[in-house]
Structures are given as structure tokens and as C-alpha cells.
Design a binder for this molecule. Structure first.
Ligand SMILES: CC(C)(COP(=O)(O)OP(=O)(O)OC[C@H]1O[C@@H](n2cnc3c(N)ncnc32)[C@H](O)[C@@H]1OP(=O)(O)O)[C@@H](O)C(=O)NCCC(=O)NCCS
Length: 210
């Protein structure tokens, strides 16, 4: 499945990448497809899935860069419970002070309103079944970088960093309709966590680390 070499390299995240990585998040945020048409605020998705990782776990953030610039990322948190606490207690409050409230009528909410509401009442904990897999990750690549082996290389880079921290296992959530990503994670040794996922909206996958 790997395409021809394109000279792209995986390197540690740099603060100058931030805007480009937010853009990657939006360009892949609808079950792996472009979500830009669904959001009024192009930064909102990145505030949830990119910014906190760059600030709270910068050494577990890696950028994929090709001749046109940053085109992908893998982001991780080694201790998800601790990460969520820092996200909720320290990272999120100043952001919420700047963000609008969701619209008054939930029946008329769009994606911005839904995410704004989620950020104002976040339920972020690691499910009990995932206790053996304390780390979690997110990986997204722009279409031009997909299908060339970069995703595999990026996840392997993050897993090596997690092993270096003595991490016992890692989990992630994926939209059940994102068949490509599910096949990708399975090819990298991730399996569905039994028993059945209590959150039907997200498929939880995990793998132990050596
Ligand atoms: C999912 C994603 C990270 C995979 O990265 P990638 O660079 O495209 O995948 P790779 O080329 O490294 O593939 C690695 C392995 O995954 C499997 N795989 C990848 N794409 C696949 C597909 N479309 N169908 C089946 N298997 C697939 C293959 O086994 C492949 O190994 P091979 O190249 O030896 O055949 C990337 O396509 C992406 O960012 N997609 C959009 C955003 C997204 O969906 N992110 C995940 C959100 S949870």
C-alpha cells in the first residue's frame, strides 16, 4: 500500500507547526474526511484534539513534513487520566473564557455548537476496561500524505517514545464508520477492547507495549 517515496520526514513538533497541525485536524476531522464545511470556527476542532497535546505533552507530538510543509501529526498522552485532569483544570478554562456559548436551541445546533457544549461539560475519563492501556494517541495525515507508509511510521515513532517512558499500553478511539483507519490500526496490532464498547459512538482499540 505504500506509495512512491516523497521525501516526507517525521520529526519532533515545533511551535511554528501549530497552525498547520490545526488545519490537518480540520481537513481530516469528519471520520477521516474534510470537516471544514461543517465548522464556522476553523480552530475549534484543533482546540479539542490538537492544542492540548502540543502544550501538555510536546515531547509526544510528532510532525510529518514534506516539501509543502507540515502534512500530518501523531499526538500522544502517556498517562491519560493525568492528561485529562491537566486539560480540564488548566488548559481549558482560559480557552472557554474566549469561546462563545453554544446556541440557545439544541435542536438547531451545528457542529460548532455541539463541540462548544461538549467543551463546557466535558466527560473525559479512561474507561475501566482500558486500565492496562494508560496512554492514548491521535494520528491524522493530509490526503496527499496518506497511503505511503507514513501513518505506520508515525505511530511507530510515538509507540517507541511511550515505551521509552515505561508505558504498558496505549488506546485510541475511532469512528465506527472510518473503515480505513480501523484497518490501519488493526494492521499495527491494535484490537478492540472487550467487553463491548459502552460508548457506541466510538470504537475503542488498544494494544500492549513491550
Ligand atoms: C488512517 C491514517 C492515519 C493511516 O495512515 P496511512 O499513512 O494512510 O497508512 P499507511 O500507508 O501507513 O498504512 C499502514 C498499514 O495500514 C493498513 N491500511 C492503511 N490504509 C488502509 C486501507 N485503506 N485499507 C486497508 N488497510 C489499510 C495497511 O495494512 C497498511 O500496510 P501496508 O502499507 O503494508 O499495506 C491516514 O490514512 C489518515 O490520516 N487518514 C485520515 C484521518 C484519519 O482517519 N485518522 C484516524 C482518526 S481515528
Amino acid at each position: 500500500m505504500s506509495g512512491p517515496p516523497d521525501g516526507a520526514t517525521v520529526r519532533g513538533y515545533r511551535p511554528a507547526d501549530r497552525e498547520a497541525l490545526y488545519a490537518v485536524c480540520l481537513a481530516t476531522g469528519a471520520d477521516g474526511q474534510d470537516a471544514s464545511g461543517a465548522f464556522r470556527d476553523p480552530q475549534l476542532l484543533g482546540h479539542r484534539y490538537v492544542g492540548p497535546y502540543l502544550d501538555l505533552e510536546p515531547r509526544l507530538a510528532f510532525t510529518l513534513e514534506d516539501a509543502h510543509g507540515p502534512c500530518g501529526y501523531v499526538l500522544g498522552a502517556a498517562d491519560s487520566e493525568r492528561f485529562y485532569r491537566a486539560f480540564l483544570d488548566a488548559w481549558l478554562p482560559p480557552l472557554l473564557a474566549r469561546l462563545p456559548e453554544p446556541g440557545p436551541e439544541p435542536a438547531r445546533w451545528g457542529e460548532d455548537d455541539r463541540l462548544l457544549a461538549e467543551l463546557r461539560a466535558p466527560t473525559l475519563t479512561v474507561p475501566a476496561d482500558l486500565g492496562a492501556y494508560p496512554a492514548h494517541l491521535h494520528v491524522d495525515l493530509l490526503p496527499r500524505a496518506q497511503g505511503r507508509g507514513h501513518g505506520r511510521r508515525m505511530v511507530q515513532t510515538l509507540l517507541a517514545a511511550l515505551v521509552g517512558r515505561g508505558c504498558a499500553g496505549v488506546h485510541l478511539g475511532v469512528g465506527p464508520r472510518n473503515r480505513r483507519a480501523i484497518a490501519f490500526y488493526r494492521a499495527l496490532g491494535f484490537g478492540e477492547v472487550p467487553p463491548a464498547n459502552p460508548d457506541a459512538g466510538t470504537l475503542l482499540l488498544a494494544r500492549a507495549l513491550p
